[in-house]
Design a protein around this ligand. Structure first.
Ligand code: F6R
Length: 256
């Protein structure tokens, strides 16, 4: 796992965007795994800047969202389908019809999950998966104790996650209790993983994910199993990493 400590949250965005841009330059129709939430927004902002500067063309890329709430009204502004369209596909110049979001509105959740997994397989697989991390160590909405081999399925959100995400809704009570999320086994199959995190609130979960034991109690520790995992964090998020100096040294002396 490569750990890159950036000086500022914006620098996190620039570094992660550069990794994604490298993939897209080699493979213009790359399949991107798209995280939502606040952490990856700096990455999307930088990709949008690169697009406007004609440094990158994302029009042929395809995408898969990581997760979706269950039971929100279609078009709800906090649904990840709406967020992906408004805050990712449009500013990045991706075709929204080429982006698949788990369908949280279907009564037959199991079938919706099977179809989502089949769509990932049919695309040839996700080339690069962008991830955020929850304060409890979740990735996607794989809450602690999620099976490390899990596939896309319905999950119950923890009260911690519901409280953390209440800022995206008018009231805390409006936050759904359930979601559909890519499984940890699904995420592990992506060609490359990039996890971004900013702020002190993520420091404890991040240290557990990078330097703690591989454990379903910290689902983000799954990154330890992936041969191409990069973690890009700001100083505050890195503040509990015991090997921070080593990560800085390794990055600054990286062979070219
Ligand atoms: C969102 C997702 C979640 C978030 C995590 C962090 O698609 O899968 O794992 O990445 O909850 O959320 P923020 O970035 O809002 O702190």
């Amino acid at each position: 796992m490569e750990v890159i400590i950036a000086e500022t949250p914006d620098a996190v965005g620039r570094i992660a965007a550069r990794i994604i841009a490298e993939t897209v330059r080699i493979k213009p129709d790359a399949v991107l795994g798209l995280a939502t939430g606040s952490s990856p927004m700096v990455v999307y902002a930088e990709l949008a800047r690169m697009r406007h500067a004609t440094e990158i063309d994302l029009a042929a890329t395809r995408g898969f969202a990581l997760d979706e709430y269950v039971g929100l009204a279609p078009g709800h502004p906090a649904s990840y389908a709406a967020v992906v369209q408004r805050e990712i596909a449009e500013p990045l110049g991706m075709m929204f019809e080429n982006v698949t979001v788990p369908d949280g509105g279907r009564p037959d959740h199991e079938q919706a999950c099977r179809e989502f997994e089949a769509a990932i397989s049919d695309s040839g697989g996700i080339d690069v998966q962008l991830l955020g991390i929850g304060t409890n160590g979740h990735i996607g909405f794989n809450e602690p104790t999620s099976s490390l081999t899990s596939r896309t399925r319905i999950k119950t959100l923890t009260e911690q996650t519901r409280a953390d995400n209440a800022r995206f809704f008018n009231t805390a009570a409006e936050v759904p209790r359930h979601c559909i999320t890519q499984g940890l086994g699904t995420i592990l199959e992506a060609g490359q993983l990039i996890l971004v995190a900013q702020g002190k609130g993520k420091a404890r979960a991040l240290a557990a994910a990078i330097e703690g034991p591989l454990s379903s109690m910290c689902p983000a520790s799954l990154l330890q199993l992936h041969p191409r995992a990069t973690v890009v964090v700001d100083e505050e998020a890195a503040s509990q990493l015991s090997l921070a100096d080593y990560y800085r040294y390794a990055f600054s002396s990286k062979p070219v």
